[in-house]
Ligand binder design. Structure first.
Ligand code: NAD
Ligand code: TYD
Length: 342
């Protein structure tokens, strides 16, 4: 029996990945190690929580004891666990350094003791900083611009060092912005979709011309699955992206069009500190080596994703209206625009 240890499996990408692996490898066992921070939501995996091949361990990746107990059972590891929101990283930097860097260190140390076939570190394209005129390649310099991106860069390079120092079978992936179901409604798409559904203005930072590459979460999951099972390539980096760059204004337009809303709901607010103008990656390497390419058509995947939030109001209303953490962060982050948003 093959066992995959997934950390952070109660979050957005992690929960989609757990479900994806259970469907594509029905003979696998999954251990989901998650601390259940504000972003970890057991509702994300209600449908599979009683599956005999699935087990959940509530624990912190910074806790050596619990990590070792999970690692000893694992054949493969995918580390999604992280603090992930750029805006939060400006207020609560210590949590980002702790989980993203120190937590990854604890996982890598446990792997030295209890070897596995493959450890995939889920890094991010944010490690490159602004890509300027040319999408970043795996060899581009790292210029992280937010405490989130810098913490992820620390974890990314620490993971690499455990290959170069100890020859551990690690791979690092750097993906662009994901969209899809179960994304915590603090990130651009679920925040704007759920605000728009309720006719609450959407807070566009600065001009709204900042752009990101947008990938459907299941395309990302498939790429991770391929990398996870690859032979060779230890210590290597793979960019993952969909070559679908859109500005915040363009994303807003798509959301409004899908939901039948008009531009009265647009609210240009104070810009994010250190806001990166453009993130985009070159994905030639993963396409050449693994033959991976995004399969989901953007138009239909984004429409389906927006409609998922329309059809799953209960899921996000519980977060927005019962989660004190959500409300206090919203107030803190958007306080200067509070009057406009109420
Ligand atoms: P998320 O915030 O939705 O989920 C993070 C999960 O990690 C939560 O379930 C949380 O409870 C858990 N967690 C946090 N701290 C933990 C700790 N100390 N111990 C155990 N569990 C802990 O994040 P996401 O958007 O699903 O991102 C998952 C990973 O993918 C992250 O590593 C992120 O950096 C990376 N990534 C995300 C994107 C994106 O667009 N969302 C893009 C590229 C890379
Ligand atoms: P986000 O979803 O936070 O992802 P990231 O910062 O990791 O790319 O933000 C995506 C883009 O949307 C980014 O340019 C910032 C912008 N944005 C807003 O304009 N307003 C908001 O309230 C949020 C959360 C994001």
């Amino acid at each position: 029996m093959t066992t995959v240890l997934v950390t952070g499996g109660m979050g957005f990408i992690g929960s989609n990945f757990v479900r994806y692996i259970m469907q594509t490898h029905p003979d696998y066992k999954i251990i989901n190690l998650d601390k259940l921070t504000y972003a970890g939501n057991p509702d994300n995996l209600r449908d599979i929580e009683n599956d005999p091949n699935y087990s959940f361990v509530k624990g912190d990746i910074c806790d050596r004891e619990v990590v070792e107990k999970c690692m000893v059972k694992a054949d493969y590891v995918v580390n999604f666990a992280a603090e992930t929101h750029v805006d939060r990283s400006i207020y609560y930097t210590d949590e980002f350094v702790r989980t993203d860097v120190y937590g990854t260190f604890i996982l890598l140390e446990a792997m030295r003791q209890y070897p596995v076939k493959r450890f995939v570190q889920i890094s991010t394209d944010e490690v490159y900083g602004d890509c300027g005129d040319t999408p970043s390649t795996e060899d581009s310099p790292l210029n992280p611009k937010s405490p989130y991106a810098a913490s992820k860069t620390g974890a990314d390079r620490l993971t690499y060092s455990y290959w170069s120092t100890y020859d551990l079978p690690v791979i690092i992936t750097r993906c662009t912005n994901n969209y899809g179901p179960y994304q915590y409604p603090e990130k651009l798409i679920p925040l704007f979709v759920t605000n728009a559904i309720e006719n609450i203005p959407v807070p566009i930072y600065g001009s709204g011309r900042n752009s990101r590459d947008w990938i459907y979460v299941l395309d990302h999951c498939k790429a991770i699955d391929m990398v996870l099972h690859s032979v060779g390539h230890d210590g290597e980096i793979f960019n993952i992206g969909a070559n679908k760059e859109l500005s915040v204004l363009e994303i807003t337009e798509i959301i409004f069009e899908t939901l039948g809303k008009n531009n009265d709901l647009i609210n240009h607010v104070k810009d994010r500190l250190g806001h990166v103008p453009r993130h985009a990656v070159n994905t030639d390497k993963i396409q050449r080596i693994f033959g991976w390419k995004p399969e989901y058509d953007f138009k239909s995947a984004i429409t389906d994703s927006i409609n998922w939030y329309v059809e799953n109001k209960e899921w996000w209303m519980k977060i927005k209206y019962q989660d004190k953490d959500y409300q206090s962060f919203y107030k803190l982050n958007y306080k200067e625009n509070q009057k406009d948003l109420e």
